[in-house]
Design a protein around this ligand. Structure first.
Ligand code: ZN
Length: 100
């Protein structure tokens, strides 16, 4: 069991790549985030760094890769993001707690 995490970009990577979020999975989150910040974590964050776009870790869940896949497949990371969607954030927290 590791951590599924959500990164929020301060702006989209480009006009053609409008996603402002990255969902990932890590066994050791701190190391993973350090890799993202040094540009070696994923293509997505590498491009963000090349374009001087800042990103922050905005949410994390205890889980495994199946949770990562489930969240990615929902294709609405923005709804999970407390920065983009502060009102929904608390509702999602409640849903999550009911699941457990
Ligand atoms: Zn966001």
């Amino acid at each position: 069991m590791g951590t599924v995490y959500l990164l929020h970009l301060e702006k989209p990577l480009s006009e053609n790549h409008t996603s402002q979020h990255y969902i990932g999975y890590a066994d050791r989150l701190k190391e993973r985030i350090a890799h993202h910040e040094s540009g070696t974590g994923a293509r997505f964050t590498q491009v963000a760094i090349e374009r001087n776009i800042g990103f922050t870790l905005v949410r994390k869940w205890h889980g495994d890769r199946s949770l990562e896949r489930r969240l990615k497949n929902q294709k609405h990371a923005a709804r999970l993001c407390p920065v983009c969607n502060p009102d929904n954030y608390h509702n999602h927290e409640r849903e999550k707690n009911n699941d457990q």
